[in-house]
Design a protein around this ligand. Structure first.
Ligand code: ATP
Ligand code: MG
Length: 365
């Protein structure tokens, strides 16, 4: 199913507000901070993580809708970040985006026929108007709509139907890869599965490569070949969906898994609770960015950023192997901050005293 690498990112960094100017005293937002990934021809690759972790920014850099601050992106061997002229135009056709919000991503003044036909004017300029209409009708049928829908306007359709129009428009350019940025999160739960199934069918029938972004694992668990879990601008775990979802190694993935309903009898008791909120990406924690919320964090995690290591199943955690067999540490009270835990460790290793203050232990320096 999966074959050659079609899209490759090497150490992609995207910081917003990094170029100084009169706002330069503000710290840049480290939206994406060193992501490398290889996406294979024909696979469905999912990127999952909490709101604000950098998923959309990464997707936009991959598609050259944003310039990376550092790093490079290659599509089928062509350098995306430096493509110009015809190369860029052909890349624009090869990679298409399906947006989260089917309400704002379609121009309300354009008929469905024009919306779906517009990319054909650019990518298949030699078609006669009649040929274009025929092509639009075929595209509409392909996404489960009818040819006569071409004469209607977006407001006449339901959310799920509008997302189908968005998908037909993306298909018009005959792309080889589609990135769906939360393609179903604006839809009713009842139609989410239909749109997910449509994307999965299209991938299979047209031999597309699919990159799907979601903020929960529930949406993607049945459709993905591989999954990347993203936290504060970095990938913390990447691997075959089956491996990552049934044997998550990173404490963050384990916590995300704990947040979705278990239908397969997985033991929920073993999953750690996610402490606190996502830190500010302008001022991310030192070392492992997850250490402030990790129930297993140790002093090393505070100072040293773990690399993503492993072959097929990669994890960025200093202690994942130990964690795998260990019980979840008891102290998951929200009041016990990571700072307090480090204070305990520090006290234990330096022989300092530990003061218990409002039930929250702190170390005396
Ligand atoms: N154009 C921009 N200028 C400044 N900051 C930005 C810009 N776009 C995104 N950001 C910031 O970068 C970080 C990552 O945003 P991004 O939209 O990539 O996250 P996301 O994972 O897609 O979130 P969501 O699940 O909510 O869509 C956020 O802190 C966001 O506020
Ligand atoms: Mg987003």
């Amino acid at each position: 199913m999966s074959g050659d690498v079609i899209l490759e990112a090497v150490n992609v960094v995207k910081h917003f507000g990094a170029n100084g100017g009169w706002l330069s005293n503000k710290r840049p937002v480290q939206a994406v901070d060193g992501v490398s990934v290889q996406i294979r021809q024909g696979e469905t690759f999912a990127i999952v993580g909490e709101s604000g972790c950098g998923k959309s920014t990464l997707a936009r850099v991959l598609m050259r809708l944003l310039e990376p601050t550092e790093g490079s992106v290659k599509f089928d061997g062509t350098d995306v970040s430096h493509a110009q002229g015809n190369d860029l135009k052909s890349l624009r056709g090869d990679m298409q985006f399906v947006f989260q919000d089917p309400f704002s991503s379609l121009n309300p003044r354009m008929s469905v026929g024009r919306l779906v036909g517009e990319p054909l004017e650019v990518h298949a300029p030699d078609l006669t108007p009649q040929e274009r209409r025929t092509r639009v009708a075929a595209l509409l049928r392909k996404v489960g709509l009818r040819a006569e829908h071409a004469d209607h306007y977006p407001h006449e359709f339901s959310g799920g139907q509008r997302q189908r129009i968005g998908i037909a428009r993306a298909l018009a350019a005959e792309p080889r890869l589609i990135i769906g940025d939360e393609p179903v999160s604006a839809l009713d739960v009842s139609v989410q599965a239909q749109v997910i199934n449509l994307l999965a069918d299209l991938r299979r029938d047209l031999g597309l490569t699919l990159v799907v972004i979601a903020h929960d694992l529930g949406v993607i668990r049945h459709m993905s070949d591989r999954v990347a879990v993203m936290y504060l601008g970095r990938f913390v775990e990447v691997g075959d969906a089956e491996d990552v979802l049934s044997r998550p190694r990173h404490p963050y993935t384990q916590a995300l898994m704990a947040a979705i309903p278990m239908m397969d009898g997985t033991d929920r008791e073993k999953a750690p609770e996610l402490l606190g909120e996502l830190p500010n990406p302008s001022d991310p924690p030192s070392g492992c960015r997850f250490h402030t919320r990790c129930p297993y964090a140790r002093p090393l995690c505070q100072t040293e950023s773990p690399a993503l290591t492993g072959e097929a199943h990669q994890t960025a955690c200093h202690f994942w192997e130990e964690i795998a067999g260990a019980p979840v540490p008891a102290p998951t009270r929200k009041s016990e901050t990571a700072e307090a835990r480090f204070a305990l460790y520090r006290a234990a290793t330096t022989g300092g005293t530990v003061i218990h203050n409002n039930n929250s232990p702190t170390a005396e320096d």
